[in-house]
Design a protein around this ligand. Structure first.
Ligand code: ADP
Length: 183
């Protein structure tokens, strides 16, 4: 099973992706987590990604596509849930090529929706303990703007294939809403 989970920063996609991964025995692929590990290792990819990430901008599509091509090829025999990828239309087109070359398709796309005010509040709260360099108020606002400009168009791109989930409420409530829709 190949699932995508989308939503603006702060929507809770990472949290829900972890829960779904455990429940359905999927590998949770968070591109944000993978990139942060690359930065810690000071790898080539990490060095390329760092300045973009710290400013709350997207890492170039080429970097992400190369990284995900090798990761998804390696994991071709596993179920996966993609969290934070694709984040642009060119990434979505690249992803469909990757899956085509592996003879695979996307089985479900979950989009978690939350109001912008709620998101900024959540992220400012999370920032107090996250230790992430991109969790300052200025960068948080930039990440929301980048989302609206570059990632939100994916909703139209995937259109009717999307399962829309209301992300306002407790973690358990949101999980329950997802599970009701993906059987
Ligand atoms: P959030 O969704 O809370 O903003 P993530 O951990 O998913 O956090 O992503 C953190 C940062 O990693 C993004 O702001 C971006 O710089 C980079 N990143 C993650 N995924 C991608 C992607 N698919 N394309 C480009 N950049 C990405």
């Amino acid at each position: 099973m190949k699932l995508l989970i989308m939503g603006p920063p702060g929507a809770g996609k990472g949290t829900q992706a972890k829960i779904l991964a455990q429940k359905f025995n999927l590998v949770h692929l968070s591109t944000g987590d993978i990139l942060r590990k690359e930065i810690d290792k000071a790898s080539k990819t990490g060095l390329k990604a760092q300045t973009y990430m710290n400013a709350g901008n997207l890492v170039p599509d080429k970097v992400l596509l190369a990284m995900m091509n090798s990761t998804l090829t390696e994991l071709k025999d596993h179920g996966v849930i993609l969290d934070g990828f694709p984040r642009t239309i060119p990434q979505a087109m690249g992803l469909s090529k990757i899956f085509q070359s592996l003879n695979q398709t996307i089985d479900g796309i979950i989009n978690i929706e939350v109001d912008k005010d709620v998101l900024i509040n959540r992220l400012v709260e999370r920032a107090k303990n996250s230790g992430r360099a991109d969790d300052t108020e200025e960068v948080i606002i930039n990440r929301q703007n980048v989302y609206s400009e570059l990632t939100a168009p994916l909703i139209e791109f995937y259109q009717s294939d999307i399962i829309t989930i209301d992300g306002d409420g407790s973690i358990e409530k949101v999980t329950e809403r997802i599970l009701k829709r993906i059987h």
